[in-house]
Design a protein around this ligand. Structure first.
Ligand SMILES: [Zn+2]
Length: 414
């Protein structure tokens, strides 16, 4: 029964995903030969066509990726992949904790290995074809090795902690595991700006006094305490530009990709930051964090219940071995199964995110003339070859940001 439900949901997810992708491809293709009138004075036909081709290539790639993911999922569950790993590790290892950690590690390693060629193809074929890739094969390998080392270093104690609580903390293990998860997230937030991010990029203080002063005064107007402005060498990896906030309390800093600074003028940078400060002022970041912790708690409560239900294991292709803990197994199964049952909620999350974006845009328009953000957005769309003509249904389902035309209309006319 549960197997049937799982397969039906998975099939529906894949079909909906492919249908939406094919809609997007068709829509972008249809509008490929004409720049929307709102942009025709600032974006040339050649750029518009390049954006269309880039969007279509990304969509085709994502379709292949989606099908592969579904196949891997079925391989792990119904085709017996997990059962195989669980059985053999049970024969090999006596130590229960080690056995469970190895099971988790094996699943993550296999998924990582399958994901690697996709990641390489994306960078060295897809992104490179449109001139976005800047990463060398050597740096790509270094990045992956560093990520692996970090995941082992940080992930192993976390996983061991959760598994230990599941097995030893009695009925209240959910709360202990949740506390550990929340603490872990704060630790990462704290470590990220000063320890983790510098492993991958070089950060130098912004040395443009005019811009620094404009940004400092903007932050002050918005009541945002700022401890530093940094430039990151994003151009080592990609031509896509960005800016972000990091750190918390009084240690907050703003990080600009060098690729962003090289393209936008001072007015436009100020407008982009005013938008980001809008997210801060409307407490979007804190709200998202609270929601993610609440979701984690629901997940753990669900795990607590499902890990004691035999149908949950059997329905997903694993015979749990009695007389020894199956906590890691339940954890893995839930991680694999949850996205299958929550895919339908994607449009809701996207809608909430777009609502936040409109709010942040409105805030930016109050802080500085809206034309500046409009002109920054047009440049960013153009530089990143983001399509100006997305399919409305695809966009409503997935897009975290509103379509360019609507966003700019709202900025211009309120
Ligand atoms: Zn935003």
């Amino acid at each position: 029964m549960f197997t049937l439900l799982f397969v039906s949901f998975l099939l529906a997810d894949v079909l909906i995903g492919l249908w939406l992708a094919s809609r997007q491809i068709r829509h972008v293709q249809t509008h490929r030969d004409r720049v929307p009138p709102e942009f025709s004075d600032r974006i040339g036909l050649h750029s518009h066509q390049r954006a269309a081709d880039y969007t279509i290539a990304k969509m085709q790639f994502s379709m292949v990726e989606r099908i592969t993911e579904a196949a891997v999922l079925v391989g792990f569950t119904l085709l017996g992949g997990l059962q195989f790993l669980d059985h053999h590790l049970g024969v090999l290892l006596d130590n229960e904790m080690l056995r469970q950690l190895m099971l988790l590690g094996a699943v993550l390693a296999i998924m990582g290995l399958i994901g690697l060629p996709f990641s390489a193809w994306r960078k060295f074929k897809l992104e490179a074809r449109f001139g976005f890739n800047r990463i060398s094969p050597r740096l790509f390998i270094q990045d992956n090795l560093k990520t692996l080392a970090l995941s082992l270093l940080l992930g192993t104690p976390l996983a061991a902690g959760v598994i230990w609580f599941m097995g030893n903390a009695g009925a209240n293990w959910v709360w202990w595991a949740w506390g550990l998860w929340v603490g872990f997230n704060f630790l990462i937030l704290w470590l990220f700006p000063t320890v983790i991010a510098p492993l991958f990029n070089k950060f130098t203080p912004l040395d443009n006094p005019e811009m620094a002063e404009r940004i400092q005064s903007l932050a002050k107007r918005c009541g945002f305490s700022l401890s530093g402005l940094f430039v990151m060498d994003g151009s080592r990896r990609s031509a896509h530009g960005n800016a972000y906030f990091t750190g918390f309390g009084n240690a907050r800093r703003i990080v600009f990709f060098d690729t962003l600074l090289s393209r936008l003028n001072v007015d436009e940078i100020e407008a982009v930051l005013a938008h980001e400060l809008g997210h801060f002022s409307h407490k979007h970041i804190i709200k998202r964090m609270v929601v993610s912790f609440a979701v984690a708690l629901v997940f753990l409560l669900l795990l607590g219940w499902l890990s004691t239900q035999t149908w949950f294991y059997v329905g997903l292709g694993v015979l749990p071995q009695l007389g020894r803990p199956n906590d890691a197994l339940a954890l893995i199964l839930l991680f694999l199964a949850v996205p299958v049952f929550t895919f339908w909620a994607t449009p809701l999350a996207s809608w909430l995110s777009r609502r936040d974006e409109f709010q942040a845009d409105r805030y930016a328009a109050e802080q500085c003339p809206p034309e500046r953000l409009v002109s920054a957005l047009v440049k960013l769309y153009d530089d990143n070859a983001a399509t100006l003509t997305p399919d409305p249904i695809h966009s409503a389902y997935y897009d975290s940001h509103p379509p360019a035309v609507i966003r700019i209309q709202k900025l211009k006319h309120g």
